[in-house]
Design a protein around this ligand. Sequence first.
Ligand code: 5GP
Ligand code: MG
Ligand code: MG
Length: 183
Amino acid sequence: MSNKMLDDLDKILFSKDELADRIKELGAAITADYAGKEILMIGVLRGAVIFMADLARSIDLPVAIDFMAVSSYGAATSSSGVVRILKDLDENVENKHLLIVEDIIDSGLTLNYLIENLWSRKPASIKICTLLNKPDRRKVEVPIAYNGFTIPDHFVVGYGLDFAEKYRNLPFIGVLKPKVYEG
Ligand code: 5GP
Ligand code: MG
Ligand code: MG
């Protein structure tokens, strides 16, 4: 395919078709597991937006969507898992079935915080669906109910994932050339 941003990539990890096929499978599994229930999908801004849009359409059940934006307090405290809420949910989640949708889980610190925060609001259940899982640098275990792909410790972009707000609109996932982020 022709795309000017392709030059910045070492390789493509998952093509548009591979992503679509896997997301259909995730949607079918979620549809089966939540039969008879309504789901409130909680997207973690901004990386999860494109995945969430496709995932929601692969689920054959009533689905509501809401979003949270979080940021870590900076390098020194990010290892403690201290996270700041930049944008909170619009919905009350009490007694609802929450499906947290993430682009990628790396250290696990962001999600660990989110899960604790959301449990305090007394939902009926919380599960996690992530497109990518990068377990090599995990600092805290998070229970992943639905995982698109497990990948090695490379910096990946595309399909929602950015470097400096770029590459989110690539329709596939690729490994960024180190020279791009090393300057
Ligand atoms: P963690 O699990 O370490 O708390 O944070 C995961 C977040 O870090 C992801 O939601 C994403 O924003 C960012 N991140 C981690 N690994 C990558 C990667 O390989 N590429 C991109 N673009 N973002 C990543
Ligand atoms: Mg994310
Ligand atoms: Mg980012």
